[in-house]
Design a protein around this ligand. Structure first.
Ligand code: FE2
Length: 367
């Protein structure tokens, strides 16, 4: 077996200090962040620490082809030596695509989605990914998700050169996350962990990280409320990091595949869409991962798969709509959703081969 992840992790650090020591003496710098972050004190401190830099903040949630065209139009005018992305998965993915364009010499998004680019690694900027949500794990993976909202397709730009050089976790950046984002992020990390566990590409190292992620989430999800204690938040960030380390080597599987049309067609937040199918999939995959699950049951107060479902659902009750009908899906649309959920490179990773009827039954359960 092999496990590979080249990202250097800085955990529990002060972002302006770390970024300043890493990038102060590099040439042209680009920062990608949300508009909200660009108005914060942390951002001002960061800028004064690294000196001159260019900032792009026109970033869409679940970045579309159109929004990435804007980001590439911005990046095209520079020859950056370093790129710093501060934000959730959408911000980090946008910056990842811009960096890929820089060393692929292709600033046309359709070009990047097509045949492999001709890489000139001398133009590859140093890249620091600084998450401000604890779900996507994008700071630890080599791919970026592109949502084509016109054709209703989801793409992944994936390249071994696309791993960030640095993942920087500053706990203070997560403290003001709204409760809905906290749940959606946590559930995304929960899904990444299970998808790594029941994955055909799993190995003992990815299993270890996935198990740690699941245990931390099970022990903390019931403590999420309108405010989240510092200790709980730190454990949720750690859970997301472990989940990222796990699925960076396995990729995702059936739950994510099923979630894509739900997000593209009904705008269901990604973390919600990819976690709802976990519970019916747990029943399908249960036997194949029995030994792995027993390690989770031995270290948490959850003793069986029904307990996992109850734990999550009682934590989010009254906070988040958690059935697809509440997001506008009608029963007659389920066959079309089944059709749209078979993204080959993800569904095929599931440890149990899933038929059309299996997937239909998953949709019926989360309806
Ligand atoms: Fe995800």
């Amino acid at each position: 077996m092999e496990y590979y992840n080249p990202v250097k992790i800085s955990l529990d650090v002060d972002l302006p200090n770390v970024v300043s020591s890493l990038f102060k003496n590099t040439g042209q710098k680009l920062i990608f962040c949300s508009k909200r972050f660009s108005r914060t004190q942390s951002f001002s401190e960061l800028r004064s620490g690294i000196g001159e830099c260019e900032v792009f903040s026109d970033i869409e949630t679940n970045p579309s082809v159109k929004s990435l065209e804007l980001a590439l139009g911005f990046a095209k005018d520079y020859s950056p030596e370093s790129i710093i992305a501060i934000g959730g998965g959408s911000v980090i993915d946008t910056a990842k695509v811009a960096r890929y364009a820089c060393y692929g010499n292709t600033f046309d998004i359709r070009g990047l989605l097509g045949d492999p680019v001709k890489k000139d690694l001398s133009k590859k900027p140093l890249f620091a990914a600084v998450p401000t949500t604890h779900g996507s794990g994008s700071e630890l993976t080599m791919w970026a998700t592109v949502w084509d909202k016109t054709s209703g397709k989801k793409y992944s730009i994936s390249d071994p050169e696309n791993y960030p050089d640095f993942a920087i976790y500053d706990f203070s950046l997560f403290s003001s996350l709204p409760v809905q984002v906290t749940f959606a992020s946590t559930l995304d990390a929960f899904s990444h962990s299970f998808e790594a566990l029941w994955n055909k590409n799993s190995n003992p190292i990815s299993d270890h990280f996935a198990t740690e992620g699941i245990k931390l989430i099970l022990n903390n999800i019931g403590k999420i409320g309108q405010s989240v204690g510092e200790g709980v938040r730190k454990e949720l960030v750690l859970a997301s990091m472990y989940a990222g380390l796990a699925f960076s080597n396995t990729k995702t599987a059936a739950a994510h595949s099923i979630s894509y049309p739900l997000t593209l067609r009904y705008n269901i937040p990604h973390g919600i869409a990819c976690s709802m199918p976990l519970f019916p999939l747990l029943k399908i995959n249960n036997t194949a991962i029995k030994n792995k699950l027993s390690k989770i049951f031995s270290c948490s107060d959850v003793k069986d798969i029904n307990g996992i479902e109850q734990k999550v659902k009682s934590a989010i009750k009254g906070m988040i709509p958690y059935s697809i009908s509440e997001y506008g899906v009608t029963r007659d649309e389920l066959p079309a959703l089944v059709d749209g959920s078979f993204t080959k490179e993800r569904m095929a990773n599931n440890i149990v081969e899933l038929s059309v009827n299996d997937v239909l039954s998953v949709f019926e359960t989360i309806f």
